[in-house]
Design a protein around this ligand. Sequence first.
Ligand SMILES: N[C@@H](CCC(=O)N[C@@H](CS)C(=O)NCC(=O)O)C(=O)O
Length: 251
Amino acid sequence: MNARVYTIPGSHPGEAVQLMLRHKGIAYKRTDLFPAISRVIVRGLGFPGPTVPALKIDGRRVQGSREISRELDRLQPEPPLFPADSERRVAVEDAERFGEEELQHPIRQIIWWAFQQDSSPLRSYSEGARLGIPIGLAVRTAAPIIALEKRINTATDENVRADLAALGDLLQRVDDLIAAGTLNGEKLNAADFQIAPSLRLAMTLEDLRPAIEARPAGQLVERVQPRIAGDFPPILPAAWLEPLRSAAATT
Ligand SMILES: N[C@@H](CCC(=O)N[C@@H](CS)C(=O)NCC(=O)O)C(=O)O
């Protein structure tokens, strides 16, 4: 198969799609795009929407991590991304939807908010990226892109504070899905590959790592995606982290 993934360095759904391709044993090439500029390029490549991940596979264009998981199972059924049993399949589809619709975006908002405060950690997130220009130059010229991403993702103080207040519940939902056997079971599935990269990206923030690594959700990440590029030293206001820390203390 001839496969190419279009992504942005650090993109969690971009990582999800690459985990799925590796699970299937499908060799692929990767094109790293600049955030924001990616929107124009992806459309220019003939994809219907502006976001990554986008996949060209054997001449077909598929966009969106959930669309891609289904298309991969259609093109190459083994090993599957969704269980054959219909009840279990519905549970995995629901968990995958939760990962994409509820978990992805708050993490995106938190990280772009953090870059707005301090862009110097960008270099660590760009490790291994092939952007076509030296990483140092990309990092030095990132300010307008960060400002644009803050706008695109509405990564405002108010939203990020609310995201952090809600994060404890989202982590609990992941733990519950693990306890129910929907996630982190004997065979990994599309929902594992969807959810682990969001949590892994959150764990690149030193502020958030302790609240995740010690719980079942952290074990899922350790198994599915032991490492990604990026490290963000403490940046989030202590008052915003308080709900997460009190939730962790009571579990
Ligand atoms: N929910 C979509 C991801 C859509 C999305 O927001 N992708 C981001 C990267 S994580 C993007 O393309 N952003 C465009 C930009 O950063 O300008 C999926 O799972 O495929």
